[in-house]
Design a protein around this ligand. Sequence first.
Ligand SMILES: [Fe+2]
Length: 317
Amino acid sequence: MFHDPALYAQEAVRVFSGWRFLCCADQVPRSGVWGRRNTPGGEVRFAQEGGRLRALQEGAPRPVAWLGRLAFVHAGEEAPERSLEDALGEALPLARSLGAAVAECLLEVRMSLGANWKLVVSGAIEDYHLPVVHAATVNPYRLEPARPVLFAGGHSVYTAPARVGRLLRALHGALAGEPSEERFTNLLLYPNLLLIRLWGLVHVTVFEPRGPARTLRRTRIYAPSLPGARRPLQRALGAFLRLGILRAAHEDRRAVEEAHAGTLAAREALRGPAHAEEARVEHFLAETAARVRCAQSSAAPPPRGRAGRGGCPRAAE
Ligand SMILES: [Fe+2]
């Protein structure tokens, strides 16, 4: 499931066929200029016309919807069966709250990973790798294991206390411009958009599949309000934040690339890597399996375990 090019081609059609993340409001180009976004289903071009966001794929218009300051595009040419709100379901209130807090982009980090997109997402939504992979960087702030909540459609969230030292607290407070809750929130909007809220800042990460064994990670970090007089301070402090983010991202990349190679070496194993033992990851992989099974022939074996709980009626049957 992490290496098969035929499965990857099916995922491009089945998994990325509904609503998917397009861009944040500040990434919409000025009027008359087209932006581009590569997706597994093809290139999407987008621009604003008459104050409205317009998206094209293969020359044909595609439906667009906003969630706060996050824009989503639908792969189909026709009006979608389900609105973006319906597709997000129980995840909608939290997603809306985070989408509204995407105001001022402080920095962007891009990283190419030599691993399948499902492994990369898996590693980003569980927390038990922290003591092993981030022993000196992130793990000191992990006070207790996360308590995941699973929503229909493959979406899921976990929150955990995030008490940090005075220095980091002051850094984040100065960047965000307001005091913030001492909690870490990690929300996956299926299939590949990760929203994190930590110390008043919102991290918007999209994991873009670039082939069976290649994923591009783009993370943009936002303050919830425009900076005004804080802008020079934000620029200076943002450089420190970037170093910390890059250090943790490199740690994740090493682990996930090793996991990718490991799944190739043990293809006959019944289960994949340890990632699949965690509830949120199992939920995410089951949704993907359910959608891909929709594209397979009726001779395919019936879904096992929790597969079929998501948005694919035929798989659920
Ligand atoms: Fe990590």
